[in-house]
Write a protein that binds this ligand. Structure first.
Ligand code: C2O
Ligand code: CU
Ligand code: CU
Length: 455
């Protein structure tokens, strides 16, 4: 039986129990010297100062939230010993990384949950260079909401031509004016655009000032690690080009007026930093997210690097592809046992709402693809709210939309606008059972998730 096989995988591949002792949590920052893994990553509670003078009881990875930035090189193996020092079970999912199912971090599908005090060794090869991220796939609104999110950078195999880069992790915290957590998920909001936090931060700092070297071209990796918010990114007056979307290179082009970065999405920009002393605003619509301040640099002026090399993603052949349709709909479903731990269901895909309490949902995939088959997915948003649609295990190519012009590109998450229909395509080259869901966590937890099998 499937579940037994998964139990065996979970038990034999990497689950273990750690004895770190009771003397408090120790953190290892950066690369570990142990031969068995590159990083030791510890999830644990810690005190975070988001609001000056107040403590937020956050959960983080290696004592920070967003978590420590993990780095790998394209083609290398990444070996992470993950240790759970929380008081509840968790897992780690590697968003956007194409890896074997047993490393994908979905509880009861890829592995058993990692219980408090246990560890799990995640080991996989990083085939694609780009900006990715990691987060639990369990109790997501709370665990991600409290800070369990972190960036993962896979460097290009050969030097990319960028001499400077910065990572900017965006998150809008559900905290009040005293830094106390507010509800991560409110039913009324889950049925709409999702529950928004109030305090927007970059790398856990509200409206920080980032110093950039004058005259240089700096790579800015932006990660939307938020549960709900789509940031409408703009940088007025800046000389800015897009180099990659969601971990996959694009032909460099100007940022333009605004780019909508939905939950889970990433964008890699390059900015030509103006003369020393000048300031630019990175904004969400009209609201400032950060000040970019140019400081004197003794380096010779930088130039725009060439386009980044494409990742080794299989090209879907549209002439032989089979088309599958997915409707994302609002569902007025009343669940009467909410007090007894039942969950609200507001959303469904092709008439099916995912139940996060039912461990057997993944045994009833919404679609079964043939291994190495070519597919076109037609994604139809029947609702007034947008959905960042994400697929695990495989990258897909965005082909077209009935709402905007698309230059086809590979991604793992597509922001499906209100009432939009879009077409994406992929080669089903990774066998397994893969989650397919909206990355507005509220939507995902109230039905907007399904499993897609590749056999
Ligand atoms: Cu960021 Cu199911 O994923
Ligand atoms: Cu994912
Ligand atoms: Cu959604």
């Amino acid at each position: 039986m499937a579940f037994t096989r998964r139990q065996v995988l979970g038990g034999l591949v990497g689950l273990g129990v750690v004895g770190l002792g009771a003397g408090g949590v120790r953190y290892w920052l950066g690369r570990s010297s142990a031969a068995s893994h590159d990083y030791e990553l510890i999830a644990a509670p810690f005190d975070l100062e988001l609001v000056p003078g107040h403590i937020t009881p956050a959960w983080g990875y290696n004592g920070q939230a967003p978590g420590v930035e993990l780095r790998s090189r394209q083609g290398d193996w990444l070996r992470v010993r993950f240790i759970n020092k929380l008081s509840e079970p968790t897992t780690i999912h590697w968003h956007g990384i194409r890896l074997p199912l047993e490393m994908d971090g979905v509880p009861y599908v890829s592995q058993l949950p990692v219980l408090p005090g246990e560890y799990f060794d995640y080991v996989f090869k990083t085939e694609d260079a780009g900006s990715f991220w990691y987060h639990p796939h369990q109790s997501s609104s709370t665990q991600l909401g409290r800070g369990l999110v972190g960036p993962l950078v896979v460097e290009e195999r050969e030097p990319s031509g960028f001499r400077h880069e910065r990572s900017l992790s965006l998150k809008t915290w559900h905290v009040d004016a005293q830094g106390a957590f507010t509800d991560f998920s409110v039913p009324r909001e889950a049925a709409r655009e999702g529950t928004r936090g109030r305090l927007t931060t970059i790398n856990a700092q509200p409206t920080p000032t980032l110093e950039l070297p004058a005259g240089q071209v700096v790579r800015l990796r932006l990660f939307n690690l938020d549960n709900t918010v789509t940031y409408r990114l703009n940088l007025p007056g800046g000389d800015v080009r897009i180099y990659a979307l969601d971990g996959h290179p694009v032909e460099p082009r100007p940022l333009g007026k605004e780019y909508w970065l939905g939950p889970g999405m990433r964008i890699c920009l390059a900015i030509k930093v103006p003369a020393a002393g000048q300031e630019l605003s990175l904004r969400n619509g009209p609201v400032r997210l950060a000040t970019l301040k140019s400081v004197a640099s003794s380096e010779p002026a930088g130039d725009w690097p060439a386009a980044l090399p494409a990742n080794p993603v299989a090209e879907p052949d549209l002439s032989i592809a089979e088309t599958l349709s997915f409707r994302f709909e609002w569902a007025a479903m009343l669940v009467d046992n909410v007090e007894q731990g039942g969950h609200y269901k507001y959303w469904q895909i092709n008439g099916q709402a995912w139940d996060i309490n039912d461990k057997s949902c993944a045994d009833r995939p919404i679609a079964t693809l043939k291994k190495n088959g070519h597919y076109i997915f037609e994604l139809r948003n029947m609702a007034q709210y947008q959905h960042p649609i994400h697929l695990h295990g495989m990258a897909f190519k965005v082909l077209s939309s009935d709402r905007k012009a698309i230059i086809p590109y590979f991604t793992d998450t597509y922001l499906l606008g209100k009432n939009e229909t879009a077409r994406i395509a992929l080669v089903a080259d990774n066998p397994g059972v893969w989650m397919f869901h909206c990355h507005v966590i509220d939507h995902m937890e109230t039905g907007l998730m399904a499993a897609i099998a590749v056999v």
